[in-house]
Design a protein around this ligand. Structure first.
Ligand code: FEO
Length: 165
């Protein structure tokens, strides 16, 4: 049985993963509207991954006999300055999510809830990968540049990255 404080935090994380999905979906839509089809495809696939993260948490909570909660999802921004702004925000967002996961992991340690601690290790590893992924995209933009054909090449590169799982 989950302690109430851990259950509340897990439900908060469910909401955040859902928000992440919507944020990346909004970004995908903006990219599509700018003709950045590669980035749009990548972000739509990433939006679907975030839903998987949400479902995984949902399944865990319900398996403990507690109730996973569907709550109101904050509306994401729908306008962005340029493609760099989009990916700077994804990187910043993933760093925020990592902080939230770390807090959750600390709480499970404090409460000696080792089943939840163990379950959350997947998210610890995932956040490490996601930060690396988005940082890598920002690095590509710096190397290739966004002037002239640079934007076209960056978009193509991002589109070729596809979804991880
Ligand atoms: Fe669910 Fe991108 O972390």
């Amino acid at each position: 049985m989950l302690k109430q404080n851990i259950l509340d935090k897990l439900n908060q994380q469910i909401n955040l993963e859902h928000y992440s999905s919507n944020l990346y979906f909004a970004m995908s839509s903006w990219c599509q509207a700018q003709g950045l089809n590669g980035a749009a495809r990548f972000l739509a696939a990433h939006s679907a991954e975030e839903l998987q993260h949400m479902h995984k948490l949902f399944g865990y909570v319900n398996k403990t006999g507690a109730q996973a909660i569907v709550s109101e999802i904050a509306a994401p921004d729908n306008t962005f300055k340029d493609i760099k702004d989009v990916f700077e925000r994804t990187y910043k967002h993933e760093q925020f999510i990592t902080t939230q996961i770390n807090e959750l992991v600390s709480l499970t340690m404090e409460e000696k809830d080792y089943a939840s601690f163990n379950f959350l290790q997947w998210y610890v590893a995932e956040q490490h990968e996601e930060e690396d992924l988005f940082k890598g995209i920002l690095d590509k933009m710096d190397i290739i540049g966004l002037d002239g054909r640079g934007l076209f090449m960056v978009d193509r590169e991002i589109g070729a990255m596809g979804a991880k799982h």
